[in-house]
Design a protein around this ligand. Sequence first.
Ligand code: PEP
Ligand code: MN
Length: 337
Amino acid sequence: MIIVLKPNTKKEEIDAVIKKIKDKGLKPVPSKGVERTVINVLGNIRDDSVNGFKSMECVEEVIRIMKPYKLASKEHRSQKTVIKVGDVTIGDGTFTVIAGPCSAENEEQVMKSAELLKEMGIKIMRASAFKPRTSPYDFQGLGIEGLKLLKKAREKTGILVETEVMDVRDVHLAAEHVDILRVGARNMYNFDLLKEVGKIDKPVILKRGMSATIKEFIMAAEYILSNGNKNVILCERGIRTFETAYRNTLDIAAVPILKKETHLPVIVDPSHAAGKRELVPALSKAAAAAGADGLLVEMHPNPDEALSDGAQSLYPEQLAALLKELKPICAAVGKKL
Ligand code: PEP
Ligand code: MN
């Protein structure tokens, strides 16, 4: 951090800034110019210390040079994080497709989805038991019954299962039933939930909030990492812009920048970005080309009857076709599919 003082700041004021820096356990390196003094501050700088200096009367500007995220950063860990779940690895150069219905609706639909996915060679099924719906009158998910169905699907078919948690109180129960937990876009800022999923040892897919900056997104991951869970997968799912022709704007640049800034695997959800199934193949292929480690994509055995997000859910045969189309793109960027 660099603290730039206002021109002609008095010596006592400079000394007060220096004392405050030292009191915070940081090291001041002042350099006095003709007109103004600039103080370089070394050490482990937290956001609240930056704000503490910004508010001082004699301070003109505080420039932060250290990244606010530590554990998520490449500086902290130069090797890529590889997530191991069952016999699947995510982030090791494989392109991992996680697919399935938006919601777990009933036993038949969950089992049918699992079987269809297995036939296509997909090893992880998504399906939400707890649903964050915009309207309280829409299908809210099967809750614990949904978790039990997912566990049953895994026992019967061997497919790994992934689901969303919305409530701190459900985290440990959900972790007993599924292989991967998901924090949805609406909960990216739910810091208590982030802390709680930080206490389990199962992988967590963290989705980007719909108006979250990249920095805020990585800071949310930092909450999980700093509570002890190192198995975080970042998921770009589109952000809210002025555009209304589709549900969200897939921020494809997020993929290379997240990979540059962090060591965590990055996957893309083309379904919630698109809102329409016709756009899903193109967005999926763009994600693969941009270097994503995989997809989280909605497929329903019968999208026309889906209780949530039918319009953006692929028909099973569309997902099978997409997997074929992804192969040469993954090969071109050096990923195995
Ligand atoms: C989902 O994946 O089921 C979902 C609700 O997506 P998002 O949190 O990205 O809106
Ligand atoms: Mn959905």
